[in-house]
Design a protein around this ligand. Structure first.
Ligand code: FAD
Length: 721
């Protein structure tokens, strides 16, 4: 007999409940929603996982590694713990080389996307890779936190597993692994995550193939460290597993093809008279909602808010350098608290987009509509489709960064001439020649390719190769310099415009020159008369005119860099250069509290710059604040280029205020450092330890321990990059 509809509903519900019980809800559990753009507070140079840019693909989602490998027919899985995307890029490169040169069936995976209970039951034919960045004070990156806790937890299920294959003393004895750590040696906890994970895996009985490798961003040797490590690794891997090496041949993971249509923001039909078909083509809209014009919250990394830029103001009195104060109107759409970060979603300049598209021979076809079909089911597209070549290059590829040596070797087969091919191979294989002829000149990929071929376009390079080989263009972070207590509807940032005078070209920072272009256009000045006559230009109108020349997509990244909840607590702030940004917000907040009758604690602010007449940012504002806060506020300045004999830095001035600093710390002051992560932050920490040792008459080693424990207690906080 047929079931009536009520019986059917009841049966379905019972079925669903049973499934929920046995799968603990995992079947439909949402992928963990971390801020995929999460930036790098002290990230040893490797902020935000680039899985931000995944659109579609990867439809059979499972959190079970064994199942995933079975489903996809892979025998190598390279996991990455990545914050800015660098570790993810290296994982992708390692995986591609394993596939193309050694015939392995390799895939990459975000550590956050899997469970690890069955790590001990992978067969001997499987190899697991770990490419792990170390973050802040020796912490795992956001996407690696759960895995790292799991692997270090002695009570983990797999550690106690009674699987027949598992030796109780070495529960991971069936696991083969390879490992590379990414770190920055100017940080105290250099490469701690990679090193600890390697030790832990060994302790658990896992078998490492090759050596433990690590790269150092502090010395700028990451690329060469990686290349040296992976060459040795593949030799060891060949020996251990008998791999067949053959000449690497590019095998696309995605097929990119043209649809036969064209679409562009310049084309009025896609702006003024949106017909359904034209409107389905992404021209730089960050997601479907924005593409369809349904702009609504909640706003986050995947759905940034199009914020109106209400003010752009020059803060330097330097004839050449610029530092811009930028104010965004966010109304009630975006919530932030003082100390948070603002992420700017950016695009490449017209000049670099044109240079790149011309060198790969796609300039005339730039508005052709393209679609992308993954060939490898594990491939994650980094841009939404359908779209155009121009859009991918402008909004999704990092075309302006330093070139990797390995990329030159891989791109060589697609060279337009024999000479270009030889040159690409020579530079790709000769470390010293590459350093001398490429790296030293700060050239980007388009510059290099054009130079190698004497201007001949590289029309044979598959677009999929570029999409797979170049890093993704990721948002840039800024420490918010406004206080949410003073005005929660406005967010300001303070950005130094990055421009490198290389021998042949000026290399312009992507985000900061976008802000500069916006400022020049807002001010209505003749660009040739602006501070930077070679300033580059951007598509400020945005896709289909949606940014209107005055809006930028932004999202907030919550930070732990916060004022003490008790306004009476004294605070000591060290903020040279743009490190001053969050302290402008802190002090404005305290001034506002004082104005409304709150008793606020002492504030001691150390600021450093080159010269009081050139780069003393917000100089006029500080005088007003000093008046408002009276003896509750002291600003101490250090100028590095005033005295030709001695450069004075904030650390030197801290020594002069040793007694006051110690007194305030004894009264429970919070200590904050913001700005340059590589040298300043470390020297400030060492100076504070020295001050506490001298003032309290305790050994330096005890004072250093004390400072470390203040960090653990969040009394000593850093916002460094
Ligand atoms: P990018 O394009 O990222 O370039 C970065 C640098 O590399 C530039 O100096 C550029 O000239 C150089 N470069 C580019 N291409 C090449 C090449 N081919 N070869 C060699 N060198 C090259 N910055 C601020 O100014 N103020 C802040 O308050 C601030 N807060 C931050 C907070 C956090 C948490 C973080 C992580 C960073 C913060 N930053 C801040 C830094 C900021 O995010 C950007 O990194 C910075 O503004 C540069 O961005 P850009 O896109 O203009 O430069």
């Amino acid at each position: 007999a047929l079931l009536d509809s009520l019986d059917f509903i009841v049966l379905v519900l019972v079925g669903v409940a049973t499934l929920a019980f046995f799968t603990k809800g995992k079947l439909w559990a949402k992928e963990p929603e971390t801020d995929p753009y999460a930036g790098g507070l002290g990230s040893q140079g490797f902020g935000s996982t680039t899985s931000f840019g995944s659109f579609g693909g990867n439809s059979n989602k499972t959190r079970d590694i064994t199942k995933k490998l079975e489903q996809t027919g892979k025998n190598v899985i390279i996991f990455y713990g990545s914050q800015t995307g660098t570790a993810e890029d290296y994982a992708n490169r390692l995986s591609k080389e394993a596939t193309q040169r050694y015939g392995l069936k390799s895939m990459t995976a975000d550590l956050e996307d899997y469970d690890y209970e069955n790590l001990n039951s992978l067969g001997d034919d499987i190899v697991v890779g770990f490419v792990m960045a170390t973050y802040g004070e020796g912490e795992p990156t956001d996407n690696a936190v759960n895995f790292y806790e799991f692997i270090n937890d002695d009570s983990s299920e797999w550690a106690e597993s009674d699987e027949p294959s598992a030796d109780p003393d070495s529960p991971l004895s069936s696991l083969n692994y390879v490992i590379f750590g990414l770190g920055n040696n100017t940080y105290e906890h250099y490469n701690e995550i990679g090193r600890n994970l390697d030790k832990r895996l060994k302790k658990l009985g896992a078998k490492r193939i090759g050596d433990y490798g690590e790269g150092d961003d502090g010395q700028g040797t990451m690329e060469e460290d990686y290349l040296a490590w992976k060459d040795d690794l593949f030799s060891a891997w060949k020996e251990a597993k008998g791999l067949d090496e053959h000449e690497a041949k590019y095998e696309p993971s995605v097929k990119i093809s043209e649809t036969g249509e064209t679409a562009s923001s310049e084309d009025s039909s896609s702006v003024a008279e949106p017909d359904a078909e034209a409107m389905s083509v992404y021209l730089g809209e960050p997601n479907k909602k924005i593409l369809r014009g349904e702009i609504k919250g909640p706003y986050n990394a995947g759905n940034p808010f199009l914020a109106n830029v209400s003010e752009t103001r020059e803060l330097f009195h330097d004839p050449k350098r610029s530092c811009i104060h930028v104010e965004f109107d966010v109304g009630t759409n975006v919530k932030y608290t003082t100390g948070d970060h603002l992420a700017l979603h950016i695009q490449n300049s017209d000049e670099e987009v044109e240079r790149f598209l011309k060198v790969i021979g796609l300039w005339d076809k730039r508005h052709n509509v393209i679609k992308a079909k993954p060939i490898d089911p594990t491939y994650k597209p980094s841009f939404p489709v359908p779209t155009t070549y121009d859009t991918v290059v402008r909004y999704y590829l990092e075309i302006n960064g330093a070139v990797s040596r390995q990329l030159l070797a891989f791109i060589a087969p697609f060279a337009p001439t024999e000479t270009a091919k030889k040159e690409a191979l020579r530079l790709g294989s000769d470390k010293n020649a590459f350093a001398d002829e490429v790296a030293k000149h700060y050239t980007n990929i388009a510059h290099v390719l054009s130079k190698l071929s004497g201007g001949e376009p590289w029309t044979n390079v598959p677009f999929s190769f570029l999409v797979e080989s170049l890093p993704h263009l990721i948002p840039r972070y800024y420490s918010i310099s406004s206080s949410s207590l003073v005005d929660k509807s406005k967010i300001s940032i303070t950005a130094v415009v990055e421009s490198l005078e290389a021998p042949e070209y000026a290399i312009k920072g992507v985000a900061t020159n976008l802000l500069l272009d916006m400022k020049i256009k807002k001010d209505g000045v003749d660009p040739s008369k602006s501070k930077d006559p070679q300033a580059v230009h951007y598509e400020l109108s945005g896709p289909r005119g949606k940014f209107g020349g005055h809006k930028l997509p932004v999202h907030i990244r919550r930070s732990n860099f916060k004022l003490p909840s008790d306004p009476k607590k004294p605070i000591i702030m060290i903020g040279p250069g743009t490190g001053l940004a969050p302290f402008r917000a802190f002090v404005m907040e305290r001034a506002k509290q004082a104005e409304s009758g709150t008793d606020v604690g002492q504030q001691l602010l150390f600021f450093g710059c080159r010269n009081p007449n050139e780069d003393f940012i917000y100089k006029e504002q500080w005088a007003g604040i000093e008046k408002e806060l009276g003896d509750k506020f002291t600003m101490v300045t250090a100028f590095s280029r005033v005295d030709p004999v001695q450069k004075v830095y904030v650390q030197h001035r801290m020594q002069e205020y040793a007694k006051q600093i110690n007194d305030l710390m004894q009264q429970g002051a919070y200590f904050y450092v913001c700005g340059d992560a590589s040298r300043m932050a470390r020297e400030v920490q060492a100076t504070l330890a020295k001050i506490l040792s001298d003032q309290r008459g305790i050994p330096l080693s005890s004072a250093e321990q004390l400072v470390k424990s203040l960090k653990v207690q969040n009394v000593y906080q850093e916002d460094v990059w």
